[in-house]
Design a binder for this molecule. Structure first.
Ligand SMILES: NC(=O)C1=CN([C@@H]2O[C@H](COP(=O)(O)OP(=O)(O)OC[C@H]3O[C@@H](n4cnc5c(N)ncnc54)[C@H](OP(=O)(O)O)[C@@H]3O)[C@@H](O)[C@H]2O)C=CC1
Ligand SMILES: N[C@@H](CC=O)C(=O)O
Length: 435
């Protein structure tokens, strides 16, 4: 047998503890697959005495992550600390020291992936990160390798388990946002501070990573239009149900024509949207994730599975570990990033979307014509309009055809100022086929 391959694990929380467990439990299989025993060199944490979900031999635990990464005998570094610093410095120093790196850190990759990929290239080492998007679901390798000969035109996904759980609860039990969030926290899906999930930061980071790989360009989290789900009301969810639709937090990345450019640009956005119940993404329940990919030759592909949690995420980390360990042993590198296009990012206002708008109106003659006029003034055409209720309960529900997001938003502003409009009760983008 070849000499052991030494692995340093940085972080031993939800994901790190499961990585350490699997490295121990699957030692024989890992050795057979890699062609050498895979051994822990050390496990870096912040608090040495904190309770752990896994038994780590005391001599392996350290609070000196920088010292562990600098050791000559470390072949692979697994970074599962999260956040920007010290994770970035630790990854850069691991690569400089000749180690290959596996990380699940979407926040760092979406903020400063370019620096990390450059360092990996310069060092001639691997930097793998399958776990950074959609947990256990293999989606980055298919985009980078299996679809490398095709032209991906659109990626549409549910990439945040916590928000999908909350929206699913609101749909199935009629719960309000706050109650559904409390349940997600009680079940351990949402963190004590759920801001990154609920406000869409987590999904935006994943959208940037997906768009970069799918369209061979650099998209950072700052390029992604982001809206979270904190403002989604029980009325929005009810409205969706009445249209035989569901509300989902979607990450959407697509190639779009770029003004004055021959090459297409990209639109990358995260926002809640209504999708028809017949759409494959509508059946993604609880904390599951799914990513729908459209490409020119393959057509439509869907990737589905657990998108969060220690063990599912550790499964993706271990898959990367086996790949980089094999390359490390052979002195080779795997398939790296293929970034050759410099694509313009379309502002959200210029992106073409559709709106569903529910409006409480005065019950009098001419209301429908006045509302239709407001849409027409902004050159937005109406696909369907439905009048419901009478007297004080009179309501119009309008679904638009595609228009720029700026025109749709301006229409809603105008509706809010109209005398005959008592209240705009629900505004939601609509995704899925336009009938
Ligand atoms: N949880 C999930 O479902 C998923 C997580 N990820 C990503 O995986 C990564 C890890 O997430 P998760 O396991 O949930 O995070 P946790 O907060 O559960 O764990 C973080 C770990 O990092 C350690 N740590 C923090 N700061 C330092 C430091 N300066 N030096 C050494 N160790 C440190 C902590 O130590 P201590 O225990 O002593 O406090 C802890 O063990 C993140 O990038 C996250 O985005 C990706 C997909 C899914
Ligand atoms: N908080 C994230 C965890 C995985 O990335 C989620 O809920 O999806």
């Amino acid at each position: 047998m070849n000499s052991p391959l030494k692995v340093a694990v940085l972080g031993c929380g939800s994901v790190g503890s499961q990585v350490v467990r699997l490295i121990g439990e699957q030692a024989d299989d890992l050795a057979a697959r890699v062609g050498a025993p895979v051994e822990l060199a050390g496990v870096a944490v912040r608090r040495i005495d904190a309770p752990r979900e896994v038994d780590v031999p005391a001599e392996l635990l350290t609070t000196d992550a920088a010292g562990l990464v600098a050791r000559d005998d470390v072949d692979v570094v697994i970074e599962v600390i999260g956040g920007i610093e010290p994770a970035r410095t630790l990854i850069l120093s691991a690569l400089e020291n000749g180690a290959s790196v596996v990380t699940a850190n979407k926040a760092l990759l979406a903020e400063d992936g370019a620096t990390l990929f450059e360092a990996a290239e310069k060092a001639g080492r691997d930097l793998y990160y399958e776990a950074a998007v959609a947990g256990a679901i293999p989606i980055l390798r298919p985009l980078r390798e299996s679809l490398a000969g095709d032209k991906v035109t659109r990626v549409l996904g549910i990439v945040n388990g916590t928000t999908n759980f909350i929206l699913d609860k609101m749909d199935t039990s009629g719960a309000g946002f706050a109650d559904a969030l409390e349940e997600a926290q009680a079940l351990g899906y949402a963190e004590a501070d759920p801001t990154a999930d609920v406000e869409g930061f987590d999904a935006a980071a994943k959208a940037a990573i997906l768009a970069s790989l799918a369209f061979h360009t650099r998209v950072t989290a700052a390029d992604v239009h982001r809206e979270g789900i904190a403002d989604v009301t029980a009325a929005d969810v009810r409205s969706a149900r009445e249209m035989d639709s569901v509300v989902k937090l979607l990450a959407i990345a697509e190639l779009v024509p770029a003004a004055g450019e021959e090459d297409p640009g990209v639109s990358v956005r995260v926002h809640p949207a209504m999708i028809p119940r017949s759409h494959p993404l509508a059946s993604v329940r609880e904390a599951y994730n799914a990513v729908f990919v459209e490409s020119e030759a393959a057509g439509q592909l869907m990737f589905y599975g657990p998108g969060a949690g220690g063990a599912p995420t550790a499964s993706a980390v271990l898959g990367d570990l086996v790949s980089v360990a094999r390359h490390h042993r052979q002195g080779t590198r795997g398939v790296g990033e293929s970034v050759y296009a410099d694509r313009a990012v379309l502002p959200m206002g210029e992106t073409r979307t559709r709106y569903h708008v529910a409006i409480d109106v005065e019950d009098r003659a001419g209301v429908l014509a006045a509302v239709a006029h407001a849409f027409a003034e902004h050159e937005v055409s109406i696909q369907t309009v439905r009048q419901e209720g009478r007297g004080n309960d009179a309501q119009l529900v309008v679904v638009s055809h595609e228009a720029t997001d700026a025109a749709l938003a301006a229409t809603v502003e105008q509706l809010r100022d109209m005398e005959i409009v008592r209240e705009v009760t629900s505004v939601m983008r609509v995704e899925g086929t336009e009938e």
